[in-house]
Design a protein around this ligand. Structure first.
Ligand SMILES: Nc1nc2c(ncn2[C@@H]2O[C@H](COP(=O)(O)OP(=O)(O)OP(=O)(O)O)[C@@H](O)[C@H]2O)c(=O)[nH]1
Ligand SMILES: [Mg+2]
Length: 443
């Protein structure tokens, strides 16, 4: 599915990975390639510009975590941006509560794939162990009922509904009554397609929504319409508030990127993606999974996991520092983590608000070099001393030095570096209290 987009993104990535130097020009070219690929997939110019501006800025300002190269980071940032334009959060498809009957209404333009999606949805719920029933409320199109019936037969789902020419609203009312006696968990109502957003047809759809009182309304959206999807989602939403979107035909269009991003841009969530006529070619939609697949996650999985872990470590440390809970032991433990992600001064750069705080360079350098020694020193301290090194006097220092095989001087250096870091932690904490603002690194 979305082969053009996939190919475009992968060749962009491969080009980047092959580079020996990533300079300003390389970044520009990378961003440019990304732009071209998305525009070809009919993603709106506005979204593409937003995405590429953010990508370029992040590439220049955000340093890669330790152990991650600039080009790998570029790919990761692209992954993050794709997730952003796909809707960020994963949508959890509605499920019937205990003893509840979940009523789902499908609406959408003619030929968008409602009937096919209705059967696929029933099959989805069946796999989860729910009993579904389908209601054919399309009384316009000849053979609509039979089409649904045929699709449902393969998955052994009962179909209720009306024949051509009947009043669709009455059909829905009657079928819902019938379904009441059958002890089902999920009722899926397939409606007639609207030619376009015509007033009269939208009115009938409203009426059907009024009598069926659905728990959830899905708009079925044909991906071949590309970025036009945005207008359509808004028009339908005005007539009947939409709970979520099912995007279909992602297999048969080069404009799928446009449809997905335009739909997500309305704020409505995409719940399912359909990429073929077969029942299996339909799945719950996850921006993360989708972005991974587009970029060829097979190769990038470890990279993404590494970066995410590094990000979490950074934000954990920031939290501790800004909370001002920062014992000698924390200090040593965190130095270990800092060593993995680069100098502490880097971490401070990441802090929001441009606090402009700096730990003296020597303190940092010596901390990095002497970390092993310091860990030994820490081992030789009592709990009391670790929590509050202020209790250290010369006889204690002598004792520790002996135990750790260190110079007394080294113990004093360590405590000095710790005090500086603690001071910084307290300053940060105060400034955070003043700002009560966000501290979310990596969020
Ligand atoms: N390639 C492809 N075809 C699909 C997909 N979903 C549906 N179709 C096909 O699109 C055509 C229309 O699908 P329907 O499910 O009948 O669409 P509908 O919205 O119910 O149509 P109306 O009831 O006439 O409004 C059928 O030929 C389906 O097989 C998909 O994800 N990929
Ligand atoms: Mg239909």
């Amino acid at each position: 599915m979305l082969n053009e987009l996939k190919d475009g993104l992968r060749s962009t990535i491969n080009k980047m990975l092959k580079r020996s130097i990533v300079d300003e020009r390389a970044i520009k070219e990378f961003v440019h390639d990304v732009q071209r690929t998305f525009l070809r997939s009919d993603v709106s110019v506005k979204l593409v510009l937003e995405l590429s501006r953010r990508l370029e800025r992040e590439l220049k300002e955000r340093k890669p975590p330790a152990g991650i190269s600039l080009k790998e980071h570029a790919i990761y940032l692209l992954y993050e941006e794709i997730i952003k334009i796909l809707g960020k959060e994963e949508a959890n498809p509605p499920r019937p509560g205990r003893g509840q009957k979940l009523k789902i209404l499908l609406i959408g333009l003619q030929g968008s794939g409602k009937t096919t999606a209705a059967a696929k949805l029933a099959s989805y719920y069946k796999r989860l162990g729910y009993r579904s029933i389908l209601i054919a409320a399309d009384t316009y199109r000849p053979g609509a009922y039979d089409q649904l019936r045929q699709l449902a037969e393969g998955i052994d789902i009962p179909v209720l509904g009306g024949r051509r020419g009947e009043d669709a609203v009455k059909v829905v009312e009657r079928s819902l009554e019938d379904s009441g006696a059958r002890g089902v968990d999920v009722v899926i109502i397939d409606t007639a397609g609207r030619h376009k957003e015509e007033h009269a047809l939208m009115e009938e759809m409203k009426e059907i929504a009024a009598v069926s009182r659905p728990d959830f309304v899905f708009l079925v959206l044909d991906a071949t319409m590309g970025q036009q999807a945005e207008r359509q989602v808004r028009a339908f939403h005005e007539a009947t508030p939409i709970g979520g979107i099912i995007v279909t035909k992602l297999d048969s269009t080069a404009k799928g990127g446009g449809a997905l991003t335009a739909a997500a841009a309305t704020g409505a969530k995409i719940y399912f993606a359909s990429y073929g006529e077969k029942r299996e070619e339909f799945e719950a939609f996850s921006p993360q999974r989708f972005a991974s697949r587009l970029l060829g996650l097979g190769d990038l999985k470890t990279l993404i996991e590494n970066i995410e872990r590094a990000r979490i470590e950074e934000s954990e440390l920031t939290k501790r520092i800004t909370r001002g809970r920062f014992t000698l032991e924390d200090f040593i433990n965190q130095l270990e983590g800092i060593r993995k992600m680069g100098p502490l001064s880097r971490l401070l750069e990441l802090l929001p608000g441009g606090l402009g705080l700096k730990i003296p360079e020597e303190a940092l350098d010596s901390a990095e070099e002497k970390l092993t020694k310091w860990k030994a020193i820490l081992q030789s301290m009592t709990d009391e001393e670790r929590v509050d090194p202020d209790v250290l006097n010369s006889s204690r220092v002598k004792r520790i030095a002996k135990g750790a095989g260190a110079d007394e001087r080294e113990i004093r250096d360590m405590v000095k570096a710790y005090r500086q870091a603690r001071k910084l932690a307290r300053t940060l904490q105060k400034s955070r209290l003043r700002k009560t603002g966000a501290i979310g690194i990596g969020s």
